[in-house]
Design a protein around this ligand. Structure first.
Ligand code: ATP
Ligand code: MG
Length: 246
């Protein structure tokens, strides 16, 4: 048991959830590495949602608001960390949920669907695997025709760079959550929320209900500038950390 008074309680709880996810067969073993990389970047942004993250969550909510066919893609890490929040976001936005795995296995898809259903999720896609994302090889291309394949806006948290690029080539608006502002996914997406997925997903839902003029938010949105803001913030924070103590 980790005591609540521990200075890094939240972060350690997330680590525990990912480890349990591996034990239950929800998280692929490589998901541990992805999580570790995420932890390092979360450390650099102060383990808090900074201004660039809330602005990006607002832009993501705006794109979902104007979408005709929004889809939320869920992988093992996302399911282990925020299954309940994903279900709530889908309910609020009327987006479809598709379980889509980089290391595809029917058994793991079934387990993740069951977890999302336990949290109240309905009509979760992913098992049918009846369409392919052009330009990707092997199982990595498989998706659902009714879900990602037909979507106009896709929210793909913690996505792989190649798949993000392939989705862009299909003409989709790609929204992502990625703590690393330098990853290919971060640089290729239309909206990159540089934040922990556990904080970003509830923010998107909050903004979705608040925003009245999504077109105006989108018109002003500049993803490259936002990524630069994230990097500037990290550099500035590192420069000051021992001088002022953050
Ligand atoms: P890319 O393929 O986009 O260049 P990568 O190869 O560096 O990225 P992947 O393993 O493909 O990394 O994707 C995992 C990404 O998810 C990493 O950039 C990591 O920082 C990020 N990540 C991991 N855990 C979280 C989390 N809880 N919240 C947000 N982002 C996370
Ligand atoms: Mg990658």
């Amino acid at each position: 048991m980790i005591p609540k008074s521990h200075p890094r309680y939240e972060s350690l709880m997330l680590r525990q959830k990912i480890a349990e996810g591996v034990e239950k067969g929800i998280v692929h073993i490589t998901g541990l590495i992805a999580h570790g990389r995420g932890e390092a970047f979360d450390y650099l942004i102060g383990e808090k949602s900074q201004h660039f993250a809330t602005e990006a969550a607002k832009a993501a909510a705006s794109y979902i608001k104007i979408a005709k066919h929004p889809v939320i893609s869920v992988n093992g890490n996302v399911a282990a960390l925020v299954a309940d929040e994903i279900v709530k976001l889908a309910e609020t936005t009327k987006a479809k949920i598709e379980v889509n795995l980089f290391h595809r296995s029917e058994e793991r898809i079934k387990k993740i669907i069951r977890l999302l259903e336990e949290k109240g999720g309905k009509n979760i896609l992913g098992l049918e695997g009846d369409a392919r994302i052009p330009g990707l090889e092997h199982d990595r291309a498989i998706c659902s025709y009714e879900g990602i394949y037909s979507a106009d806006v896709v929210l793909v948290p913690l996505e792989d760079g190649d798949r993000c690029e392939a989705l862009k080539k299909m003409g989709k608006i790609v929204l992502t959550v990625d703590l690393n502002p330098l990853s290919r996914t971060a640089r290729n997406a239309d909206v990159t929320i540089v934040d922990n997925v556990t904080r970003a997903i509830p923010h998107i839902r909050g903004f979705y209900t608040e925003i009245e003029k999504p077109e105006e938010v989108i018109k002003r949105w500049d993803n490259r500038k936002n990524l630069q803001d994230a990097l500037d913030f990290i550099c500035e924070r590192l420069r000051k950390i021992y001088k002022e103590g953050c």
